[in-house]
Design a protein. Sequence first.
Length: 400
Amino acid sequence: MDSLNTTESTDLIPKVLASYLEVSSCYPAPSQIHSAITHPVIKPLSQMSILTPQAGADDGQPPPLTFSTSLFRQISPALYLQRHLVHSPPTRPNGRSPSQCRDFTLTTNSLSHAHGSAVVRAGDTAVVCGIRGEILTVAPGDDPSRFESYHSFPTSATHACGARGAGGASWGGLIIPNVELSTGCSKKYPLGPPGGLAQTLSDQLHELINVTKLVSLDSLRIYDSDDDSSLSSTMKIKGYWSLYVDVLCISLDGNILDAAWYAIVAAIKSSRLPLASWNQAEERIFCHESPSHPISLRQSLPFTTTFALIPLPRSEDHRNETAILLNDPDSYEEDEACEILTILSTAEFGLAGLRTRVEKIEKRGGWKVGLAQIESCAHLAASKAARYLHSLTQDQLTPM
């Protein structure tokens, strides 16, 4: 065996080391990768490239690391959204300004088997609402006056269904909403039993229906046709129409509450119930195929508007502003929000023109929303309510 020449071995060390340094200089250093993630350079998609080894620049330093738009959004979704909002003027990734809501479309009476229906689409969020009326007969000995108060309703839709099934129905049991998320509406909600979002939304809608006193109770009463003036108006009530409000979400891209509530208001407004009367001979309620009557709603219609609060990093240009409110957030913006603000406002046409009013403000999350921001959101909510009311007065809401 030949002995190893130590002189030749020593001469190879600089050559191997030089080759290693030449190859490693093509790849970014760990400090560059950290700098690119924390302070990325946002460029148009045409100017970006996927992470690849890059050749050295003329000064011997490797060029800055860049990401494609989709890769940057997956690596750091919160920072990706913040980088859009700190620009002047701030622009969301979907191209909208912070105060801009998505365009919506409304179609009513699309379901022929329901007493009323509405389809609402806002961006990529789409819901279908169907109204089905069933008769609830007042049993002998029952006091109909417990149906006549808005303050006797249960606190949740689950309690309302339970009370109605046990024969203890109240006003809260006359209008029962139910929300279902269809399979494939979003990748977040796979096939399976109803999740927490659907149940929570059902309770929210049930509370809104009762708090706003959306439906006029007189349009749900079924009277005795007897003209005996000795009977009080309450004693002449023999039954009520119970409304089942089924909301199906066929596409979910954020802010389902506003879309579902608008669909419910439009569906109830377009509903037509058969004329029902009490038959004394057979002592039961009969329904006539025609004519039908509409369901009366309150004069000033209520609408909801939702905002998402996005935290911003502190910088020299935004020393005092640490968060920004986004009107009508999509699913991506909702995931990055630290707080959700919902404003319930009403709109009606009067002698002096359109009149709007804020009835309720509800927020979930921290405490970062200030009075100035709430005032700005109230103006945006009033504007959106006016748009909703105008769309409900169009010719598409004529009876079938």
